[in-house]
Design a protein around this ligand. Structure first.
Ligand SMILES: N=C(N)NCCCC(=O)O
Ligand SMILES: [Zn+2]
Ligand SMILES: [Zn+2]
Length: 342
């Protein structure tokens, strides 16, 4: 084909054979710089200031655990996950994607929150999340205890409208108050329903198990609109059937995924504050998440990693892989959106 034969664009210019692919700054190359060297960022990715202060996916820490009802220590979770994530590699075979080449994923550091004033902490997280989502970024937040889901959901809803929620947890976290306190790690999703930040036609808990205060806990939860996939359901029905059900419930709504690491069995995640026997395996959790690829995931959190109770980084490694699957879903979707826009 000569130049004259080439198809031309509307203004007579030669149409490029393939649109230019944007390039993104990825992780430090672990074949050149030992993976245990240097300060930890999530997956050895650049800090957000190293990529011009903006990213497609911002990985953000929230070192806060003043909302817990039992063991403290989740304030150290984000940094434990960053440390454990040094071993992640750039290609994710389970989703056939190199997430950090598809979108700019960067570590946005920590939100500095007041450990002595929960109300102020909730406001600080909400304002910081507004700022990050306002740049057009999606958030992958590393907790911190589950209290932080409320301000994160408020910010997500301010940007997208009421969001669908998939909540992976041993616990319902739809209780009313503890010691009269409204903002705790056992109450974020009741507050979120009350405030109208959730799309109540698309709410599911996954991995629920363990003793409750009373039957009313379940009745209240159902009235709020939640469906429950128990930990035993995952075992009996299997990952594929459960994932299909979750996908149908969520549809193409803007989706928030909240993962409390205690959804995993204490054998798979001992490093957490309120452990419950009989949980998911890390394999089950990762497979369910992979099966959610293609959903419109706008933000996610991973909370309740308390490294003081961990052994050999079992919990923080599982958490780092969980965050990796979630960021892969986001990066794939960002790249797909870029392609449809041309
Ligand atoms: N969000 C977590 N991890 N736990 C909530 C447990 C609340 C309770 O102690 O009843
Ligand atoms: Zn929990
Ligand atoms: Zn929780």
């Amino acid at each position: 084909m000569t130049a004259a034969d080439r198809p031309t664009g509307p203004r007579g210019t030669s149409a490029p054979a393939t649109p230019a692919q944007p390039s993104f700054r990825g992780p430090v190359d672990s074949s050149r710089v030992p993976r245990y060297a240097g300060p930890a960022t999530f997956a050895r990715l650049p800090r957000i200031d190293e990529v011009g202060g903006a990213a497609d996916v911002a990985v953000v820490g929230v070192p806060f655990d003043s909302g817990v009802s039992y063991r403290p220590g989740a304030r150290f979770g984000g940094n434990a996950i960053r440390e454990a994530s040094r071993l992640l590699r750039p290609y994710n075979p389970a989703q056939d994607a190199s997430p950090f080449a598809l979108a700019q994923v960067a570590d946005a550091g920590d939100i500095a929150v007041n450990p002595f004033d929960i109300n102020e902490a909730v406001e600080t997280v909400e304002a910081a999340a507004d700022g990050i989502l306002g740049t057009g970024a999606r958030m992958m937040t590393l907790g911190g205890d589950h209290t932080i889901a409320l301000p994160l959901l408020r910010a997500a809803a301010r940007r997208h409208g009421p969001v669908a929620l998939l909540h992976f947890d041993a616990h319902l976290d739809t209780w009313d108050t503890y010691f009269g306190a409204e903002y705790t790690h056992g109450t974020p999703f009741r507050r979120a329903v009350e405030e109208g930040v959730l799309d109540t036609s698309a709410l599911s808990h996954v991995g629920i198990r363990g003793p409750l205060y009373g039957r009313k806990d379940l009745d209240d939860d159902e009235k709020m609109g939640f469906g429950i996939v128990t930990s035993a359901d995952v075992m009996r029905r299997g990952v594929d059937e459960v994932t299909q059900q979750l996908r149908e419930r969520v549809g193409d709504r803007p989706l928030y995924i909240s993962v409390d690491i205690d959804v995993l069995d204490p054998a798979h995640a001992p490093g957490t504050g309120t452990p419950e026997a009989g949980g998911l395996t890390s394999r089950e959790l990762l497979e369910i998440l992979r099966g959610l690829a293609g959903c419109h995931l706008v933000s996610a959190d991973l909370v309740e990693v308390a490294p003081a109770y961990d052994h050999a980084e079992i919990t923080s490694v599982a958490a780092s892989h969980t965050a990796y699957e979630l960021t892969t879903i986001m990066a794939r979707q960002i790249a797909a959106g870029r392609e449809t826009q041309g």
